[in-house]
Design a protein. Structure first.
Length: 751
């Protein structure tokens, strides 16, 4: 903002000063009211593409006289009251510099300007200046210094400015590699089918030839990643468009300052691609364009798609330190290329998708390019709160000086490595923003690592602790995102996921809540069914099918042939004497996938549900044909639905059509509940709503009769839990009425 403001002031002949402070950009100018208003309007119109003006205040102060306009030293006196700038993808101007042979930065793998480059990932303090980043170690040469002080140069006041003479250097961490042209050597290795680890903006990425099936399979084996899809890096949009179909919104996202991975549907015919090794059984790929100069150079020279995945063993956090790379990556990568600019905040690539019919944006992973600030109006949430989030897709959040901050995706904190990474980012981000904490919030699940860490932190710092039920937090997160916490009308919350610890000590996962006048009430859900064998049930879809069908007929032929006799004995005993029950919608998707033969295991979260979605998308069924809804009072009988699907399957209906009808039925249930309760506003959260087909079907069924609210700023999955935990400070939970479960009426509703 400062260089832009400086230029505008010079153009308008305004005298004064501009400074970057811990509570925003401060301007003092000599101007009459009309001139000041024109100046402000010109600044807003000229702001950099990556800038967001969240608030703007104008105040008359005591007289001061300025002879010129200047950028003055940043202020450091107070607690930060500003949003932390995320990392910004390579801009077109810097990309041209890389490609232009006569440009001083031709081939320089770390070129930046005021419009692009690392920000959050290299921050060591606030406000944002070179000395508060890891660029402080690099002294600008005379040429760079001249650009830095030239108002007409786009690198005017660019805090990351550097060039080949004074800037960041590439470093081989592989002992036997000392190639003079590092990028050329990387490309040479890739062409030989090798895997190379390259340090990018948020950490090391593993690169290998996406057209070489052997290379991709080798990477899978080394990374211990059986089937989870790999993301692909394409050199440019033109190359990418030969492989996938790209909508206007998808293109806009790919070329945005955030530059996330975007899930895209494949063309019917594509150039050579090791698709079954990259995304086994799927009809789409995750694609991105080069967002860092080093990736731009590699991709441009290689000219073909590259697998580009986080450098780690599956389930562990991304590696970003040279010492860790040298210790852990030699068994995965054939060569390791680093650089001498340190990373403060490691980040995976962000992932988004757009639903096929309605192009509804769905954030799947919020990290590089988005973290750590949320730019909604100040004071939307209670101030001075600290929330520790959930377990598997962890992210913590806090509010400070009216602003809201959500960390980048921090992985599954059930593993020791992720716990260390979580704590490292937690400590550094709090040091950066120096928030006060009046209340600590954790998930009500007693065994979540984040709940235990948060409880210990609250005890150590003598801060009050509040436990928040998982699905309450999900609902509160979507209410907060759409500014519905003070909604004068009732809102129906549809909160569906794998599992969350319920207030009754059982596992929930298919909950409907009503919200009105600041009060939240649990309304509808699936009929509870046994939860057996702990996490194994989430890994083996056939267990979910057996558990849901068990109350109806434990001796189903379809079920029995999937188990050996010893397994059946143990399973039937566990099902007959369940210690825990669940209402999980995620497990219902798993069960349906197993019954229809779409999947038989989950080697990564949501694998079978995704396989079921892909199967449904292959259906030729075009009309609305849901199954009748088996309703028992406030509950949906999943076992009766699965019985119907099994019966239809035996009668010969196509599995793809049955998969589509299952999705339609689930969408129809939502519409039925909303209509029955006569609630117009319906909000959705939970990992199930990562399913873009389901989102489209819900919109198709309800858009003309209801106001629908889906996540776009936050992921629907557990990354939003920390925000929801804070939002729950403004909500009262109404205890469940046990009477509503008595004398239930069974009905089959066909709509």
């Amino acid at each position: 903002m400062r260089p832009t403001i400086y230029r505008v002031a010079k153009e308008l002949g305004i005298n004064g000063t501009v400074a970057n402070t811990k509570n925003g950009v401060h301007l003092f100018v000599n101007a009459e009211t009309e001139g000041a208003n024109l100046f402000i309007q010109a600044i807003v119109e000229a702001k950099p593409a990556a800038a967001e003006i969240v608030e703007l205040h104008k105040t008359k102060v005591a007289d001061r006289t300025f002879d010129d306009f200047s950028i003055i030293e940043s202020g450091n006196g107070q607690r930060p009251k500003l949003l932390v700038t995320p990392d910004i993808a390579l801009c077109d101007a810097c990309r041209n510099d890389l490609q232009e042979p006569t440009n001083p930065r031709h081939t320089y793998a770390f070129t930046t300007c005021t419009n692009c480059g690392p920000r959050y990932s290299i921050a060591t303090g606030l406000p944002y200046d070179r000395e508060t980043t890891t660029m402080a170690a690099f002294e600008m040469c005379p040429e760079c210094n001249k650009e830095y002080h030239s108002v007409t140069d786009r690198r005017f006041y660019s805090q990351t400015n550097s060039c080949p003479k004074c800037g960041v250097k590439l470093i081989w961490l592989t002992p036997d590699v000392a190639a003079h042209d590092a990028i050329a050597h990387v490309v040479s290795l890739l062409k030989k089918g090798k895997t190379v680890a390259v340090k990018g903006i948020g950490g090391f990425l593993l690169l290998t030839d996406a057209t070489n099936e052997t290379a991709v399979k080798t990477l899978r084996e080394r990374k211990i990643r059986p089937t989870k899809p790999f993301a692909l890096l394409f050199p440019n949009l033109e190359t990418l468009s030969r492989y996938v179909r790209i909508s206007h919104l998808e293109q806009k996202a790919l070329e945005s300052a955030q530059s996330p991975i975007v899930l895209l549907n494949l063309q019917k015919t594509t150039p050579k691609l090791a698709l079954q090794a990259i995304a086994p059984g799927l009809n789409r790929i995750g694609a991105m364009l080069p967002y860092a100069p080093v990736l731009e150079r590699i991709a441009a020279i290689f000219g073909k798609p590259l697998v580009a995945t986080s450098a780690n063993v599956s389930g562990s956090p991304i590696i970003y330190k040279d010492s860790e790379a040298m210790r852990l990556l030699p068994t995965i990568a054939d060569a390791i290329l680093s650089n001498n600019r340190e990373i403060t905040f490691p980040q995976d690539d962000s992932v988004i998708q757009f639903s096929a019919s309605h192009q509804k944006k769905i954030m799947l992973r919020r990290s590089r390019g988005y973290a750590p600030s949320i730019s909604w109006p100040a004071n939307r949430l209670a101030d001075d709160m600290l929330a520790f989030g959930a377990e598997m897709k962890s992210a913590f959040a806090f509010t400070s000086m009216g602003n809201t901050y959500l960390s980048q995706f921090l992985g599954d904190t059930s593993t020791y490595e992720s716990q260390v990474a979580y704590n490292d980012v937690f400590v550094k981000l709090r040091e950066l923003l120096n928030p006060e904490t009046k209340t600590v919030l954790v998930d009500a699940h007693p065994d979540y690592t984040t709940s235990q860490v948060g409880s210990n932190w609250a005890h150590y710092h003598s801060v009050p602790l509040k436990k928040v039920q998982h699905h309450h937090a999900h609902f509160a997160a979507i209410l907060a995102e759409h500014d519905l916490l003070k909604s004068p009308e009732p809102v129906l919350g549809v909160i569906w996921d794998g599992t969350g610890y319920g207030t009754n000590g059982q596992l929930w996962g298919s909950e409907f809540f009503s919200y009105e006048n600041g009060k939240m009430t649990r309304e509808n859900h699936l009929m509870p069914y046994p939860h057996v064998f702990n996490n194994r049930m989430a890994m083996e879809p056939k267990l979910s099918a057996m558990a849901i069908l068990h109350p109806v007929n434990p001796g189903k032929v379809w079920i029995r042939h999937h188990f050996i006799e010893q397994e059946l004995e143990l399973l039937e005993h566990a099902l007959a004497n369940p210690k825990i029950t669940t209402t999980s919608m995620g497990r219902l998707f798993d069960a349906t996938a197993a019954i229809l033969g779409a999947a038989n295991q989950n080697s990564y979260e949501g694998e079978s549900a995704l396989a079921l979605q892909v199967l449904a998308e292959s259906s030729t069924l075009r009309n609305w044909k849901p199954f009748c809804l088996p309703i028992e009072g406030h509950m949906f009988d999943a076992s009766a639905l699965l019985e119907t699907i099994l019966a239809e399957s035996r009668e010969g209906e196509k599995t793809a059509d049955l998969a589509m009808r299952f999705h339609q039925t689930i969408a129809q249930w939502i519409a039925w509940v909303a209509d029955t309760k006569q609630i117009n506003k319906v909000a959705f959260s939970g990992g199930v709503f990562q399913n873009s087909l389901l989102v489209d079907l819900i919109i198709n069924r309800m858009k003309d009769s209801h106001e629908l609210y889906f996540h776009e700023v936050l992921p629907p999955n557990d990354e939003n839990i920390a925000i929801g935990q804070i939002a729950m400070m403004q909500i009262e939970v109404v205890p469940e009425d046990a009477k509503k479960y008595q004398n239930q009426n069974t009905q089959r509703v066909c709509v």
